[in-house]
Write a protein that binds this ligand. Structure first.
Ligand code: AHR
Length: 326
């Protein structure tokens, strides 16, 4: 039997073999022909927050501006649906797929399937397990923020501005997703290196406002001495505000709130004094995503990662930054 990458079940045990096989057997990425216009796919992971809506709008607006046909799918928070969305794009014969993989591992077979079908994939905003699939080998490149750096910047801000606060509750993003893994690593490493700070508890709120509120409520009951909440995104930070108020405490005074995303709502909450600081994670991928596809078609060498620059907001710059926040 001839082996294809579809034969590898993506488990920890199969990971090394799958990666080695991928590199040995598929040294050439599918090419993108030079054309006036393209039919491309954008496989979105969910649409349950302003960040995702801004990302989708940016991708749709840019396609319309260029006169490209965009096949858009929304996986509604299901990695399994996202895999079948990619398979459907392959069946429709798109020229290239932009993929925002919900989690690091389950989308790997879909990337392999696109590649086997001769369709290049560009990862947007979230990445996949680097031991299983590689840029320049299995997909063209990753475009997005440096999530480890985002977590580190929030941790560094806390260490420099804690004002006596030190007992932290962490609201993690979607389990198994690259932003949750990396934002945790970046922040937790800073905290581990600063002995006065403790992470009392860390639990997933799935990047969602109401789940973030529920988890914050439970953690605040279990840890009434907590005085910092670090949320991996704005939605959970906003949910945490409701939980803090429901516990009879004052956000921004009794409990410092730190966030990542930096949308308009959170920048306004910094101005209002309820949120202490937020690292931006820009969702505006459209121009860069399509420019990268054009550069790839032109035969340019595309780096394995194209990192977006992120701003940082706190009380010192929130007012002047509000208009520019997404
Ligand atoms: O992958 C980026 C993250 O995903 C954003 O921080 C979050 O809001 C979104 O759902």
């Amino acid at each position: 039997m001839t082996l294809s990458r579809r034969h590898f079940i993506i488990t920890a045990a199969g990971a090394a073999a799958a990666s080695a096989f991928a590199q040995a057997a598929f040294a050439d990425l599918p090419k993108l022909a030079k054309k006036e216009t393209y039919k491309v796919g954008f496989a979105q992971t969910e649409s349950n927050n302003p960040w995702r809506l801004a990302q989708t709008a940016s991708m749709q607006d840019e396609a319309a501006k260029r006169g490209w046909q965009l096949v858009y799918t929304d996986a509604a928070g299901s990695a399994a649906k996202q895999v079948s969305d990619v398979n459907s794009m392959i069946a429709q014969g798109v020229d290239l797929i932009f993929l925002a993989p919900r989690e690091e591992k389950p989308l790997i077979p879909a990337i392999f399937a696109a590649r086997d079908a001769g369709i290049p994939v560009i990862l947007l905003d979230r990445s996949v397990d680097a031991t299983l699939a590689k840029p320049g080998v299995d997909y063209v490149t990753f475009i997005g923020s440096d999530f480890i750096e985002e977590g580190k910047r929030v941790g560094d801000w806390l260490v420099a501005n804690a004002n006596g606060k030190s007992k932290i509750l962490e609201l993690e993003g979607t389990t198994g997703s690259s932003p949750a893994n990396d934002r945790k690593k970046g922040f937790d490493d800073v905290i581990a290196a600063n002995s006065g700070f403790t992470i009392l508890a860390s639990q997933s709120g799935d990047f969602a406002r109401d789940k973030g509120r529920q988890v914050a409520e439970t953690l605040l009951q279990a840890h009434p001495d907590a005085d910092v909440i670090y949320a991996h995104n704005d939605e959970m930070a906003i949910g945490a505000i409701s939980a803090i108020e429901a516990a009879g405490k004052v956000p921004g005074k009794d409990i410092l709130i730190l966030s990542i995303d930096g949308g308009k709502e959170i920048v306004q909450l910094i101005i209002d004094g309820k949120v202490a600081a937020a690292c931006e994670c820009s969702p505006l991928f459209g121009p860069k995503a399509y420019d990268t596809a054009v550069a790839y078609a032109a035969g340019d060498t595309i780096p394995g990662k194209l990192i977006n620059p992120d701003r940082f907001y706190d009380a010192t710059n929130a007012k002047e930054s509000l208009a520019a926040a997404y």
